[in-house]
Design a protein around this ligand. Structure first.
Ligand code: HEM
Length: 205
């Protein structure tokens, strides 16, 4: 089960690397974000690649929740606790996030682009939910990687202990979160959402 979780995790991590790089592009504006997504979609919206990705997400959630219930070991170190909590949050996030994207695309018939992703984030009071919802997702992703790194890494790198390396990964995650949220909110000043996304933010006229 652990091995399956690791392999599906690697598959998803490759996508998330590109996905977060895509969100970084928003610091150069919505058009840059959409431009890059159009290019990346050529790869991940390919029927085979997307099927593999979505199956990996499903396998990741099921195997992760299974590991959580089957292990029930004492959480000895800080990194054990970090791994469990970030993993649980990612399972919760992925179910809602991927469910929302698929609903937007196939039921609401929306282009699930930049504006779909940031509609709630840039509208009060929905932003009260979306800031922690997205923020914790990015931090949890890096936190989960930091915990795995701590488990598997044995060597120092340029004089840094394994714990320092893991803390470095977590720190990169926190900084990345702030930069991405800055980009997705037009430098914290807000993004005007096109009318076709009104349904997402409770406007029906
Ligand atoms: C700032 C945070 C995020 C925003 C605004 C966001 C937004 C989006 C959008 C708009 C899509 C649709 C992409 C498309 O139609 O081409 C998407 C898809 C997806 N996102 Fe995110 N995302 C965020 C963070 C994350 C994180 C942290 C993860 C993983 C832990 C993640 C996993 C996924 C997955 C698996 C898909 C489905 C890809 C597919 O359509 O097959 N996202 N996201």
């Amino acid at each position: 089960m652990k091995r399956i979780h690791f392999i599906s995790g690697l598959t998803i991590t490759i996508f998330i690397g590109f996905h977060l790089a895509n969100h970084f592009a928003s610091i150069f504006g919505a058009a840059s974000h959409i431009d890059l997504m159009d290019k990346l979609r050529l790869i991940y919206r390919n029927r085979i690649v997307e099927s593999i990705l979505l199956i990996a997400v499903l396998v990741q959630i099921i195997s992760g929740v299974n590991l959580f219930f089957s292990k029930r070991k004492a959480l000895i170190s800080y990194y054990d606790t970090l791994q469990i909590w970030t993993g649980l949050y990612l399972a919760f996030f992925l179910i809602i996030h991927v469910g929302a994207v698929l609903t937007g695309r196939f039921i609401l018939d929306l282009d699930t682009n930049f504006y779909f992703g940031v509609a709630g984030l840039n509208t009060f009071p929905f932003n009260l939910f979306f800031v922690p919802y997205y923020g914790l997702a990015i931090i949890s992703f890096f936190g989960h990687l930091a915990a795995i790194h701590h488990q598997k890494m044995q060597k120092q790198i340029v004089g840094l202990t394994v714990a320092q390396q893991s803390n470095g990964i977590l720190f990169i995650g926190i900084v990345s979160t702030v930069i991405i949220l800055y980009g997705l909110t037009n430098g914290f000043t807000g993004v005007e959402i096109p009318e076709e996304y009104n349904i997402l933010i409770g406007k029906y006229e």
